[in-house]
Every structure is written in C-alpha cells, then in structure tokens.
Design a protein around this ligand. Structure first.
Ligand code: ATP
Length: 272
C-alpha cells in the first residue's frame, strides 16, 4: 500500500482563459479525512473532478493509490467513488435501478445483497421503487451516499455529503461515513461549506482561494493560528484577507468573470 492514497503535486487546471486551479500540492493518507474548503469558485469541484479522472489537468501530477491518474486512471477508478448533491442520478430510473446500475458498473459480485444492505443501512428500503427524480433533496442525498459506497471505495470524494439533510439525519450520515472509514481505512476528501461538520470529522483542512491553497493544518492548528474558537471564523478571516492568509495578488483573481458552469455539465455517469 503506498504511503498516500492521494498525492497531488503542482496541479493546475485552466478552462480556456480561466485559471481555476493554480499549482496546488497536497496529500491524503489512508484512513485520513481531509477537508477542501473555499468560497464559491475557489476551485474545489475542479480539483475533485481531476482526482476522479473526469477532468484532465492542464499541468502537474495526481497519484491515486500509487497510480498516475493521467496515464493510468482506468487502473484505479473502480477503487474510488464520490457523492455530490449537484450531480443528479438518472431521474427516471428507480432508486433500485440506479443502485443496481452502479453495482454492475463497478463489477460488484453480490450486487443484490450489497444493494439491500446499503438500502437497509441508509433507510432507503421504502424508496427503492420510486423514480429517483421524484425524491426530496434529502432523500436524494442519502441515495447518493449509498451509490458512493456501493463499491466499498478506498477513496471517497464527498461534495457536501449532508446538504439538504435535517440535523438528525445529517449527524447520522456523518457517523455512518466515519464508521465506514474505521472499518475500511478509506481516505476521504470532503468539500463542504458546513464548518461544524468539518471540525467534527476532518483531520486536516486545506483552505482554497482563487484556485490556490492559501492555508492548511489540523482544525486545532487553524483555530490556534487565527486565535479563533470555530472554523467558520477562520474561514471568514481567510476569505476577507483579515490575517494570516497568504497574500493574494491581483493576478490570483480569475482573469475573466465567466459565468460559472459546473465542470460536470458535459459528463455522463457512464464516463465514471
Ligand atoms: N466548465 C467551466 N468552464 C469555464 N470555467 C469554469 C468551468 N467550471 C468552473 N469554472 C470556473 O473555474 C473556477 C473554479 O470553479 P469550481 O467549480 O471548481 O469552484 P468551487 O470551489 O467548486 O465553487 P462552488 O463552491 O461555488 O461550487 C470558477 O472561476 C469557475 O467559474
């Protein structure tokens, strides 16, 4: 097993003339949970999409589970998975059909058992025959988490894993994911705007701004360095350049204010 589940060096990504990610470097060890934080447009989704192998970097290297993600992504893609409330599962398929489809895609041997196990664990049994498009936002989030765990991934990329969940269900889902990690030693990279969630479950935090990592450390390190009592205040300090964040030059601001288009827009789930 390589030392790092994810090892990124000098990674950059441009969309035409927008430099969305600028020479970032970081690593995530097996069993570790790292948060990728930053304001809107900071480059989080672009970074996650490159880690998943669905966007190619402009430059830099991504090593995932010991493989070069640019050259050999097909060797490892089946060992990763992700969940995002912003990527809809096919809406007309029922929850059962969707989960079965992904089981087949990942080559799960006992697909039916795995599906029923996750449906039971994530309280989806009563939703299995409903078209996925007819579910509430919170129900869709739980289906997305089930889909993300279907192949027992060694790396889990989570974009807002508890978006739209009520506090009780969110707490339950967080604990479920942490239990999964304890059992499997999976590495987790989590993009979130929920600072309480980050403080609770993350070992390390990467703060992104204008495509760069401007600060990083354990939640305690950051609280101490910024003399704050919670990460939300640290986040605001960094976002507003109040103190301790790296100097932002004018050239760090994206060169054109192009309306945001999610990088996933042109992707089909079949690509993953
Ligand atoms: N397909 C695209 N074409 C052009 N520019 C893009 C595209 N996708 C993203 N961008 C730009 O790249 C930058 C980073 O966007 P990204 O979606 O990675 O940010 P983010 O941190 O995930 O933001 P949010 O929290 O709002 O989801 C932004 O300036 C955005 O407008």
């Amino acid at each position: 097993m390589p030392k790092y589940a994810i090892h990124v060096e000098k990674l950059s990504k441009s969309y035409d003339d927008v430099l969305a990610v600028k020479s970032i470097s970081f690593a995530v060890k097996p069993g570790e949970t790292v948060a990728l934080l930053g304001g809107n447009g900071a480059g989080k989704t672009t970074t996650i999409s490159m880690l998943l192998g669905i966007l190619l970097p402009t430059s830099g290297t991504i090593n995932v589970l010991g493989e070069d993600m640019v050259k050999d992504r097909f060797k490892v893609m089946h060992r990763l998975n992700f969940s995002s409330p912003y990527v809809d599962l096919p809406r007309r398929l029922t929850v059962r059909q969707n989960l079965m489809f992904f089981s087949k895609l990942y080559g799960i041997i006992n697909a039916r058992e795995r599906l029923m196990h996750l449906a039971e664990e994530l309280d989806l049994l009563e939703l299995l025959n409903r078209p996925t498009g007819s579910l509430s936002a919170g129900q869709k989030t739980r289906v997305s988490v089930a889909k993300a765990l279907i192949n027992e991934p060694e790396i889990l990329l989570l974009d807002e894993p508890t978006a739209s969940l009520d506090p009780d269900t969110a707490d339950w889902v967080r604990n479920y994911i942490k239990e999964y990690q304890k059992r499997t030693n999976a590495a987790i990279l989590l993009a979130s705007h929920n600072m309480t969630e980050v403080e609770r479950i993350c070992d390390n935090v990467l703060m992104m701004k204008y495509g760069k990592i401007v600060d990083q450390g354990t939640p305690d390190d950051l609280l101490h360095r910024y003399s704050r009592t919670n990460l939300e205040e640290v986040f605001l300090d960094i976002a507003r350049d109040r103190k301790n964040s790296a100097d932002q030059k004018d050239s760090d601001v994206p060169s054109k204010n192009i309306p945001r288009k999610p990088p996933h827009d042109d992707l089909e789930y079949g690509d993953i």
